[in-house]
Write a protein of this length. Structure first.
Length: 455
């Protein structure tokens, strides 16, 4: 017997034409994985220096790298075994039930929907540096509209574009490092390096996580991968290695040329205003702002921001689409465009929310909200992999995480500590985050759909 939920806006019936196009290869997945994250090297991370100084952010980043390394291998097992567009939402629902699945899916959507506005502000800032007459927020809204349209057009076109701009962005970071590293001095790395002690290191955690936030979005396109059981691991693994190398190089090169204060504050006489363009600030201490290398950094550096912005819009569309497809959100979010075979409505709705967020101009707060969503996703996902190993030992797992259960437990412990630290240093924002989760969960419980016969 099949049960169908009849509340008008929350049906769980899935239509036959709801399949996504399978066209992604390991190379395209690498491009997406690096592209989702690479903007973290260009903008946002420097705000962690304000909290913890060079050493404080370095300590936070060290543990973050350990967490993401353990998490990525563990998450790859889930993605290969359950290649669904919902990513963590599907894993949590299967392992821990529909209620936990709902909370995890909503946290994932919060992460993916609030990360792009912070990046869009960075894009607007870079464009403003090149064209001072262009308003930052106007530019940010413009790129939102443009790249939402590209994602609606088609996943292969979107992923191919992502690969091209990701390669350019990686090349630009290497060029930046090549120009600045000869000017790095140890004195600049150690100057006022631990201004707020260990408290500063904990406070810097959201910005250390920002270095890598979004890489899990690779799992959300597993359903559109030609051979997810093999290709997801390849794309995920090489993307992580690439990002760790770029993170270390960029951190040392940017801070080492003049000290951390000079890439946080555009004007050291006004410490209330922070910068959303740390690399141009660092470069300006090495070459003149009219130098061709500086101009290249501004122009090509936009590729890094665009790569993450574009990629996270893609991932957020899939996460919201899956939420609607299974009946945990209004049915129209789970519709696929008949013409383009992409989740067009989900993409448009996410962009509307993102534009509202970016208009607030609060980059640090937007990053923190996104990080809170990510940490909930990481915590529940690691619990899910441990639970599924016990409850479904027969589940086909083309890839098994090495050193189980130690690997997911390491990621779980660091994620829990990070979540506690982020909440402790951001009580107001954490209250907003929890309020969104609780309000949505109350509505979900009030109109909870009945399961289909095969569930």
């Amino acid at each position: 017997m099949q049960f169908v939920f009849t509340i008008p806006y929350f049906p769980i019936v899935q239509e036959n034409n709801q399949g996504l196009s399978k066209s992604l290869t390991p190379l395209l997945l690498w491009g997406l994985g690096v592209g989702y994250v690479i903007s973290g090297m260009y903008v946002g991370w420097n705000l962690g220096l304000q909290k913890g100084g060079t050493l404080g952010l370095a300590i936070a980043t060290f543990f973050t790298i350990i967490m993401y390394s353990a998490f990525s291998f563990s998450y790859s097992e889930l993605a290969c075994a359950i290649p669904k567009a919902g990513g963590a939402f599907d894993y949590a629902q299967r392992a821990l039930g529909r209620d936990i699945g709902f909370v995890t899916g909503l946290a994932q959507i919060i992460e993916f929907v609030f990360a792009p506005p912070a990046i869009a502000i960075g894009i607007g800032t870079y464009l403003h540096l090149e064209f001072p007459q262009l308003d930052i927020k106007v530019a940010a809204v413009g790129v939102y509209i443009l790249f939402t349209a590209l994602n609606i057009y088609g996943v292969k076109a979107a992923a191919t574009f992502e690969l091209v701009i990701t390669v350019l962005a990686v090349g630009e970071l290497l060029l930046f490092a090549g120009v600045t590293i000869p000017h790095v001095q140890m004195a600049n790395l150690t100057k006022n390096s631990f201004p707020n002690g260990w408290a500063g290191a904990f406070a810097a955690l959201p910005f250390a996580i920002w270095f890598f936030l979004g890489i899990e979005g690779v799992a959300n396109v597993a359903e559109e991968t030609k051979n997810p059981q093999k290709d997801i691991l390849k794309g995920f693994g090489w993307a992580l290695v690439t990002l760790i190398i770029l993170c270390i190089i960029t951190f040392v090169a940017a801070v080492g040329v003049s000290g951390w204060e000079d890439i946080v504050y555009p004007n050291l006489t006004d410490l209330t205003k922070t910068s959303d363009a740390p690399l141009p600030l660092a470069m300006s201490h090495v070459v003149a702002t009219d130098n061709i290398l500086y101009k290249i950094l501004i122009r090509v550096g936009l590729c890094g921001l665009v790569a993450s912005f574009h990629g996270l819009i893609l991932a957020s569309g899939r996460a919201t689409f899956e939420f609607g497809r299974v009946g945990f959100a209004p049915r129209f979010l789970g519709k696929i465009s008949k013409r383009f075979q992409t989740p067009a409505i989900a993409l448009i709705c996410n962009s509307c929310i993102g534009i509202i967020a970016l208009l607030t101009g609060r980059t640090d707060d937007i990053i923190t909200l996104s990080v809170l969503g990510a940490l909930v996703l990481y915590i529940v996902s690691m619990v899910s992999i441990i639970k599924l190993r016990r409850s479904e030992p027969e589940l086909v797992r083309p890839f098994r995480v090495p050193f189980f259960p130690a690997t997911p437990i390491i990621a779980l412990v660091i994620a829990v500590v990070s979540f506690i630290a982020v909440v402790g240093y951001n009580l107001k924002l954490s209250g907003i985050f929890v309020g969104i989760i609780l309000a949505a969960y109350f509505i979900f419980r009030l109109f909870k759909p009945q399961p289909l016969a095969h569930e």
